[in-house]
Design a protein around this ligand. Sequence first.
Ligand code: PMP
Length: 402
Amino acid sequence: MDWEKVFATRSSRMKASEIRELLKLLDQPDIISFAGGIPDPALFPAEEFQQAFADTLGGRLCTTALQYSVSEGYAPLRQWIAGQMADLGIPCDIDNILITSGSQQALDYLGKLLLSPGDTALVRWPTYMGALGAFNAYEPQYDRLVANSNRSAKEYRETAAEKNSRIKFAYMSVDFANPTGDTLDRAGRERLLDLAADLDIPVIEDAAYQSLRYDGEAIPPILALDIERNGHIDKTRTLYCGSFSKTLAPGLRVGWVCAAKPVISKLVLMKQAADLHSSTVNQIAIHEVAAKGFDKQVAKISAAYSARRDCMLAALEQHMPEGVSWNRPEGGMFVWLTLPAHLDGAELLAESIKTQRVAFVPGRAFFADGSNGNTLRLSFSQANEATINEGIKRLGLLLKSV
Ligand code: PMP
């Protein structure tokens, strides 16, 4: 069977990235990995989840947990999320919330809902590569979303028109972004809303890391600013994608979209058609654990990750040669390195694994046009402080030798 002949055109953009293939080789125990942007499993609220699953399956919720349920999601969880959203300046009710299987599913659904082949999505350069992967299936083109710039709606429109394309949304990871760790300031968020209003497009606000702020002032979500402008969530253009993956447990695959009701209603139909609903037992367990101790869990992981971030920044200061620069994230899991222009992150990774046994993600994978090879992403969430120091020291040695 020649499978390529029967695959739909949209599948041609679904390719394993060479970097992901390389990263699969990193399971060897002697490798110090700054590659995976994933939580430290030692910090999971494991006992709380054991208790929650035991209580659910051993108690009155057992049949609810094992039965089909509504596509919108488990109502008490949506209610709890609505309370959290209100604390962030986003008053809403549970009909503004759809539970998804991770925020990754939300990105897929929003791509499906908004993109026809050839449409333009505005994304940052660089962008979370999972978002590009989700959108790619819907055959878009990309244009570079420059935050805090003077590039006008007219210029964006002209670029799209040259490609015979229509701009359909702007997507952005706003707090402690994956991959750069950067946060868009309030003025930048307001300008993004201005641009979106001028272009009359939605803004997809990826808030996967929103709870993980270690210092600095919290900035209102774009959706909160949008509500300030328009008076009510149902009049806004912002589609907020939240996740429990970075705070509680990614394996349970529970995230959400918070947005105006007409969009949620459409997404509910999409969810019905795709997978009926997210795992009920997982939603119940997430609700139990979140309701009993979400803030405590966030405080616990924030203390650990902020110490690791500080350690990584101090080690970079000590060990990096001249010509290498990096940012200071106020939260999240990532530091972004820029190397001298002649260096390539992917080549450096191959060399680093061979000679230093240190891994990271080359930055090129995060650029929709494959540019900026001289960048890399380091994650500080998984290694302990001694390992971070050793790994950065080795990376410094390598960079001094190339
Ligand atoms: N958005 C961003 C910016 C991410 O980094 C991730 C996970 N790496 C996701 C969305 C998806 O997370 P999940 O599906 O686990 O909620």
